[in-house]
Design a protein around this ligand. Structure first.
Ligand SMILES: NC(=O)c1ccc[n+]([C@@H]2O[C@H](COP(=O)([O-])OP(=O)(O)OC[C@H]3O[C@@H](n4cnc5c(N)ncnc54)[C@H](O)[C@@H]3O)[C@@H](O)[C@H]2O)c1
Length: 393
């Protein structure tokens, strides 16, 4: 490590009044250099010219996953007041991490931010606000879930989706760069795959977003890949398939009534006379769209695994987060009727703009490299937890 670089790191550590985690050249190990430890070893703050001589033998070698390496550092969850982000924030807190949530509450709910997390209300578009959040914390990593997520709305307002999902991701990465935060887990979507590109869809399947939402997410992925390649950001992209279900207490408030399962539950509860099935002329066995439904607790678990992965490897990796099993809209309606033991009347309507016929994940990469194994993504648990959430909110 050259002397000037070390000087910069030490001066940064002084400003931050804490420790630094350094990657030693290209070796996988990390070292922790605290100013206190340094002072104790060399007897006072180092003279500029003595730093390289003194510092080299005085660092402490620790394993990459050691808690000492991340002590005092938080994980920033953008979109942590939203449906998936709040489950991710809960999961991280339960695993002993410190968590900060950044959310503008455009669709998220204040009550969804877990009480153990520090909450910053504001918009990613406002770089000064984001800078203030970074200046008030030391972040180990960012989990970036904040986004606009409605496919149909994106068809009507493509500019807004580019702005919020891609441009704001670029702004976030710039602030991460300014503050030396080098790890990100990004929430992307299966909506960017070419639905005709393979069954099931692997991470290598062709990308050809069928709508502005998927496209904006793909642009965001590329921005992150750019930072990974040229600024040394370690990045994971999770392409979730259909998130569903809720934590077992059912307390997280729903954010999107347009999703299939909340719609079915409204009918099951008698709030609506019937569920509208958006088209039955798709190229699927029963003509209705087929999706890979993955429980939100399994998605939260993937984030925990992703964080571990990032502590051991750099670079840019894309993972599908799904189960490998698809269910059609009709199958979901029938399963809900069975689990809840209620009639669920339906009506076949017209197709929605931008919907693909069949989206099923090939989840093998996440299983092999992350150890990701969905344990909650069975229909019974999905429907029961979603119902509990529905009844309580
Ligand atoms: N729900 C799914 O099935 C699904 C599938 C694939 C990918 N995803 C991705 O997962 C992520 C979370 O989705 P969700 O279902 O929890 O949606 P959500 O709407 O519940 O959560 C998004 C959160 O981001 C916040 N937000 C949006 N724009 C913001 C901005 N500019 N600044 C600050 N906060 C902002 C919202 O207030 C909300 O709390 C998104 O990135 C989405 O693209 C979701």
């Amino acid at each position: 490590m050259d002397n000037q670089y070390l000087q910069e790191l030490i001066s940064e550590a002084r400003q931050r009044d804490g420790g630094l985690i350094l990657n030693l050249d290209n070796k996988p190990a990390v070292v922790v250099l605290t100013i206190d430890k340094y002072n104790a070893l060399v007897g006072g703050l180092p003279a500029e010219e003595s730093v390289s001589k003194a510092a080299a033998p005085q660092v402490e070698q620790i394993s990459p996953a050691s808690p000492a390496a991340t002590q005092g550092k938080k994980i920033l969850v953008t979109g942590g007041a939203g449906y998936i982000g709040s489950h991710v924030a809960r999961k991280l807190l339960a695993s002993g991490h410190q968590v900060a949530v950044l959310d503008n509450l455009s669709t998220g709910k204040r009550e969804n931010v877990p009480s153990g997390a520090v909450f910053y209300e504001g918009d990613l578009a406002d770089m000064n606000f984001v800078r203030d959040v970074f200046a008030s914390n030391q972040f180990e990593a960012v989990m970036h879930l904040a986004a606009s997520i409605e496919v149909e709305e994106s068809v009507r307002q493509p500019e807004r989706y580019l702005e919020n999902n891609a441009i704001n991701t670029s702004k976030l990465l710039s602030v991460m760069h300014e503050f030396g935060v080098k790890k990100i887990v990004f929430s992307s979507t299966c909506a960017l795959y070419d639905p005709a590109g393979g069954r099931p869809l692997s991470e290598e399947s062709p990308v050809s977003p069928g709508n502005p939402y998927g496209h904006s997410k793909f642009v965001a992925e590329k921005i992150i890949e750019y930072h990974s390649k040229y600024s040394g950001v370690a990045a994971i992209v999770f392409r979730y398939f259909n998130a569903c279900g809720c934590d077992f207490d059912g307390l997280i408030k729903p954010t999107h009534a347009s999703h299939l399962i909340p719609n079915i539950l409204e009918v099951a509860n008698g709030d609506k006379a019937q569920i509208q099935v958006n088209g039955n002329d798709y190229a699927t066995p029963d003509g209705t769209c087929v999706r890979d439904f993955v429980h939100v607790l399994d998605i939260a678990q993937a984030h925990e695994l992703g964080l571990k992965f990032l502590s051991q490897s750099a670079g840019f990796e894309v993972f599908n987060i799904g189960t490998g099993r698809g269910y059609s809209v009709l199958e979901m309606i029938n399963a809900t009727a069975e689990v809840l033991n209620r009639m669920i009347p339906m009506e076949i309507g017209v197709r929605r703009a931008g919907d693909a016929d069949l989206l099923i994940a090939d989840p093998r990469k996440a299983k092999t490299l992350l150890g990701f194994e969905p344990t909650h993504s069975n229909l019974q648990t999905i429907i029961e937890t979603a119902w509990k959430q529905f009844k309580q909110n």
